[in-house]
Write a protein that binds this ligand. Structure first.
Ligand SMILES: NC(=O)c1ccc[n+]([C@@H]2O[C@H](COP(=O)([O-])OP(=O)(O)OC[C@H]3O[C@@H](n4cnc5c(N)ncnc54)[C@H](O)[C@@H]3O)[C@@H](O)[C@H]2O)c1
Length: 355
């Protein structure tokens, strides 16, 4: 992809910043929107301004606007002045647990913010490809209905037919989502609708655990990155329920952006894809704790709390078959081990810098 106009929302966050660097490197004009609201959600550790500064130095043509996606009157003129070819929407209130304290803000950012962007795209650049970064929380706790077996360090699907994990036919209603999951359902369905009803080139990526060294991770969001931060800095990790055997699949931000690039080149309007690390990159929290301890060279301390996070998945692995079938050029390039090594390295550098 070259010489295209790309808008990235949430451009200072994990996925947004990866998109900015990737598409800038290819010779596209990249515009970013991020108002550093992650700091408002999670306090100083959620501050993403360091990442914005990094992007200013690592990119050639990137332009940043400190706009709030809830501000329709602010967003619309940006679209009017820049007929975008591709919109990558990553700005969000991203935390399952945080949302219960701020349901209105959560809904305004996740649902209304998405509608503002969809409508601005429809008004000013209806031919653009629009990709929403959605979440596996749209399935609520329905994935927990799969029969499971308990192994020594993780839960596992009991039925062979479930080996690849959860696919897109899993229902999204009549299930416990968390407030965050419900606001993302609104955004997810509205994005599908702009594809199906208006014929726009919209696509929805339902993320498993997305990760990478550019995450401003906090306890409430950014599973692996936060766990590595705790391991490297010698703090204590809080483990909630399921004996620590709950399983997540982890995908590096680079592989997410590569998937977006494939979709943008050949969009299928209104489609929905699960996007995670799949079985190969799955780990239980207990296994990740063990691995982080080995890689960081110090045992990770943790405290176990009996009560699980409300609506938390027990075993979630993204079935990637549909995306792989539609986009056979895409493949996972980062193994779980290489992801962990990269994050230990990045976190160790960050700690040395702050010391
Ligand atoms: N990280 C994960 O494990 C994960 C998993 C599933 C889905 N997702 C989804 O992927 C997307 C990107 O996640 P991420 O991990 O990069 O999140 P992130 O928090 O790192 O990045 C989001 C960015 O959006 C910005 N932002 C928030 N509200 C804003 C607003 N009102 N206006 C402008 N900017 C705003 C934040 O400051 C932040 O920099 C989100 O939609 C999230 O729900 C993430």
């Amino acid at each position: 992809m070259k010489n295209q106009r790309v808008l990235v929302t949430g451009s200072s966050g994990l996925i947004g910043s990866e998109a900015v660097e990737y598409f800038d490197r290819q010779g596209n004009v990249v515009v970013g929107i991020d108002n550093n609201m992650r700091r408002e959600f999670f306090g100083p550790s959620g501050d993403t301004s360091w990442n914005l500064e990094r992007l200013k130095h690592s990119t050639k043509r990137f332009r940043h606007y400190s706009l709030d996606i809830r501000d329709r009157m602010g967003v619309s003129p940006l679209f009017e002045q820049n007929p975008f070819d591709l919109v990558i929407h990553c700005a969000a209130q991203p935390s399952h647990d945080k949302a219960k304290d701020i349901p209105i803000t959560d809904f305004e950012v996740n649902a209304l913010g998405t509608l503002n962007l969809l409508e601005a795209t429809r008004q000013h650049c209806p031919e653009a490809v629009f990709i929403l970064m959605s979440t596996n929380k749209v399935y609520g706790d329905a994935p927990n209905e799969k029969p499971l077996k308990e192994l020594a360090t993780r839960y596992e699907y009991a039925d062979e037919a479930d080996f690849e994990g959860i696919d897109e036919t899993c229902r999204i209603d009549r299930t416990l989502h968390s407030i965050f999951g419900a606001s993302k359902v609104a955004a997810d369905v509205m994005t599908q609708e702009y594809g199906r009803y208006f014929g726009m080139k919209t696509g929805v990526f339902r993320g498993g655990c997305l990760t990478g060294p550019s995450h401003s991770s906090v306890e409430l969001h950014g599973f692996l990155s936060y766990l590595i931060k705790v391991a490297v800095t010698g703090q204590t990790y809080n483990l909630y329920g399921y004996k620590g055997k709950q399983v997540r699949d982890n995908i590096h931000s680079h592989d997410v952006i590569r998937a977006m690039e494939e979709f943008a080149a050949n969009p299928r309007p209104g489609e929905v894809y699960n996007m995670g690390g799949g079985r190969a990159n799955s780990t239980s929290v207990l296994e990740a704790i063990e691995c982080a301890g080995q890689l960081s060279g110090r045992k990770l301390n943790y405290v176990y709390h009996d009560e699980n996070r409300k609506g938390d998945h027990i075993c979630y692995i993204s079935d990637l078959s549909k995306f792989r079938a539609h986009y056979p050029n895409w493949t996972l390039t980062r193994s779980l081990n290489s992801i962990l090594e990269e994050m230990v390295e990045a976190q160790s550098v960050a700690v040395t810098r702050c010391a």
